[in-house]
Unconditional design. Structure first.
Length: 199
């Protein structure tokens, strides 16, 4: 049975620190693993142009950041694709096979709130244990059956059911995002949004 989990996580947030240092606002729009050690983040930056530029420069020079490339720019916001070493929280999430609802790196406060959907109790236990081993303090705020929360549309519930049945959440995965996309007739980017930001 799926459960919605809410954790309080005490961890460094270098992304928000870079934005705050430069006077910009930052949010993580999407994320996806590239390999075992790296991941990509799609960031949205807003603020005065000098604050946004300063944040881009700061992010590009941070330890662990492999690349920071502007992918869209308009007067209200700038989108930035960042490739970086996988943060410990994200590694624990991947190892625990969960679906993030709220990214803890979108929080401007410490401790950050992290909400996700877990399929098994062992996934939650693995995440808490792994983060503890990494020196990251975690406190469970809430665990509730997903059925009590009206956070998924019928279509999203159906997609998640197919993903579970086909082994998308197994480790290792038995079906790729692209393969699942073909099965359910939904673009991979839309599937990624459903899995990472289900609302």
């Amino acid at each position: 049975m799926f459960r919605e989990v809410s954790l309080e996580v005490r961890s460094r947030n270098d992304l928000m620190a870079a934005a705050k240092l430069n006077g910009a606002t930052l949010s993580i729009v999407d994320c996806w693993p590239l390999n075992k050690k790296e991941m990509a983040l799609l960031l949205e930056l807003s603020g005065i142009p000098s604050a946004v530029r300063g944040t881009i420069v700061t992010l590009g020079s941070m330890s662990g950041v492999r690349e920071a490339q502007e992918v869209a720019d308009d007067p209200a916001k700038t989108r930035l694709l960042v490739v970086l070493e996988k943060p410990r929280i994200c590694q624990a999430a991947e190892d625990g096979v969960i679906l993030c609802l709220d990214c803890p790196f979108n929080s401007t406060e410490i401790p950050a709130r992290w909400r996700f959907i877990a399929r098994r109790t062992s996934d939650l236990e693995q995440i808490v244990s792994k983060l503890g081993d990494e020196g990251i303090q975690v406190r469970i705020q809430d665990i509730s059956p997903l059925e009590k929360n009206v956070t998924l549309t019928q279509k999203e519930k159906g997609i998640i059911a197919v993903a579970v049945e086909m082994g998308y959440f197994d480790f290792p995965r038995r079906v790729t995002l692209e393969g699942l996309s073909q099965m359910v007739g939904v673009e991979p980017t839309s599937l990624s949004r459903i899995f990472h930001m289900v609302e």
